[in-house]
Design a protein around this ligand. Structure first.
Ligand SMILES: Nc1ncnc2c1ncn2[C@@H]1O[C@H](COP(=O)(O)OP(=O)(O)OP(=O)(O)O)[C@@H](O)[C@H]1O
Length: 251
């Protein structure tokens, strides 16, 4: 399944006297879908913050695509090809769907908002914007004000915006949160489709999604990875059952 594109070793994070990450080792392979699961407060969001540069590690290393990225800024890490979605907070709710995606397409080029008019004539930006619209099945919504769409459509938009920088690694934080069963199913299919050929790391509480979408799963408990393996391996792992999954999911 390819070599690791992201390697985490001995990662620690303390807030004051409290150690939240207690020596995490984790590899994300180049084209795998890898879910991070664990009980509330285990440190999943903190680990994402440490990978994406929103928090600096207290100790340990994070290597991404040949670069040591621990402690770099989110912008610097993003430029190297790691994109993180923050649910729908990346969206500009008063702009149209098209304008949102166009903005995301332009962002990696460092073009300022003021240049929109000029850029409007740039065929490549338009083409790429339409390609992404189509990829997330929002072409018919191009002219819709983003904030007026259904939650799952806003999620699709957000995924398109995450893809705009053509990242090698995508971190998705609870992509199904707040969705109906139907929306969850739709979004899972979409994630499968749009992350082909890239690495995905996913934090998600819906275990049906986790077990059907993932190539591998890591279980984080109290700031440590207690197991990494295929869905079948994780289901059968006695310490995972005991610490987290219980009999219900394992059955
Ligand atoms: N900035 C902070 N300062 C102090 N404590 C923090 C900070 N951020 C997180 N924590 C603590 O770290 C622990 C892990 O939190 P984190 O949000 O990473 O867990 P999680 O696994 O993502 O939980 P959930 O599944 O509920 O989202 C929690 O006890 C939380 O209170």
């Amino acid at each position: 399944m390819s070599d690791p594109i992201l390697s985490i070793r001995g990662l620690r994070k303390s807030f004051g006297p409290t150690e939240i990450m207690r020596g995490v080792d984790l590899d994300l392979l180049g084209t795998e879908r890898h879910a991070l699961i664990g009980p509330n407060g285990a440190g999943k969001s903190t680990l994402f913050h440490l990978i994406s540069g929103h928090l600096a590690p207290s100790a340990g290393t994070v290597h991404f695509d040949g670069h040591s990225i621990g402690g770099r800024t989110p912008q610097a890490i993003n430029r190297l090809g790691l994109a993180r979605s923050f649910q729908i907070t990346n969206i500009f709710p008063k702009l149209t769907v098209f304008e949102n995606i166009r903005l995301a397409v332009m962002r990696p080029h460092g073009l300022a908002y003021a240049f929109w008019k000029f850029i409007d004539s740039d065929r490549r930006v338009r083409e790429e914007t339409y390609r992404l619209l189509e990829l997330v099945r929002l072409t018919a919504r191009a002219g819709t004000i983003a904030g007026e769409m259904a939650y799952s459509e806003q999620r699709s938009l957000e995924i398109a915006m995450t893809l705009a920088s053509d990242p090698k690694v995508i971190l998705l934080d609870e992509p199904m949160a707040g969705m109906s069963n139907e929306e969850t199913h739709y979004t899972a299919e979409l994630i499968l489709e749009v992350t082909k050929g890239r690495a995905l790391m996913l934090v998600e509480h819906d275990m049906d999604v986790v077990f059907s979408l993932s190539d591998r799963i890591s279980v984080l408990v109290y700031g440590q990875v207690i197991a990494t393996g295929t869905p079948d391996e994780i289901r059968a792992n006695a310490s995972v059952k005991e610490a987290y999954l219980g009999e219900e999911v394992a059955a």
